[in-house]
Design a protein around this ligand. Sequence first.
Ligand SMILES: *Cc1c(COP(=O)(O)O)cnc(C)c1O
Length: 359
Amino acid sequence: MERVFNFSAGPATLPVEVLEQASKDMLNYNGCGMSVMEMSHRSSEYGAIHAAAKESLRSLLNLDEDHEVLFLQGGASLQFTMIPMNLLSDGQSASYVISGSWAKKAYKEAAMLYPVKAIASSEEDNFNYFPNLEQSAKDSVYTYVCVNNTIYGTRLSPERLASINGTVVADMSSNILSEVYDVNRCGLVFAGAQKNLGPSGVTVVIVKKDLLKKEKGELPTMLDYKIHLEKDSMFNTPPCYSIYICGLVMDWVKKMGGVEAMEARNREKAALLYETIDNSALFKNNIPAADRSLTNVVFLTGDKDLDGDFVAGAKAKGLYNVKGHRSVGGMRASLYNAMDISGVKALVNYMKEFEVQRG
Ligand SMILES: *Cc1c(COP(=O)(O)O)cnc(C)c1O
């Protein structure tokens, strides 16, 4: 079977060049006589992979000296707990913007530990827009936002993110390196790798050092950012192979021209799909233009059976995983960095064909 166009929301498509490089390295990485999976994490070969991946992320995001990069496990979901644990103390609170179910989960986890506040929500409208956040609570240590809502296809623009007062904590799992955001402006940014950065198993956390005010010993060791920072994400065995693949993906992003070039590519891909939807009498997307995600595009016909037929027909054409999340229905095409425009062209051609036949 040939490779398909994989529109999965995550784990998601990876650049073919990266997979080819990984396959070349599989049995014998760089003349070491073993694969990256078999190496000691204390070896100099792995040490170089680890350092290079970190450096690539720093340079791609133009990180300043105040921000540190961590490679952690437990998925983006563990960050829902680690963030309030590390950043809040007794008597303190934080503001949460409930823009989708990932943000809601983050809020629920934080609320188990500290009296955090939900300051805005679009839940009543099934999260089909990014809520307004002008009313950020004054006594908050941080304001939490999920920048790209993977399930609902909405995102907070770089301009709106930059305009939030005070310390921002941002979940960028599904749009890190896809669009230029001022990460230095944020106190903490995190991303599970399996959407736009690499395979599952590693979560990138970028944190401003001076936010970590707790003393050593106040937190369980594995949940303490300070420990991981001190040990350069090697307090215990890191997810070496996932970090190695992330490194290859970031090398590929650099070769393609960096985040600005990725954004230009992603804008072109998203524009092609949104134009097709907006010009269609069959498909629709009801998200305000300014809130539309570049990486997760949702659309539907309004008829469940027709949506099902569309998804099945897409698969027959090698367009995989275009079914929408169960809480939204319809379709969702994830257009992460590794999705080539040829995949989007194939998808819109199929949409037009489908509309002629079934519209
Ligand atoms: C997928 C996703 C998560 C959860 O990631 P895990 O690594 O599975 O815990 C959190 N936030 C966003 C925005 C996501 O897309």
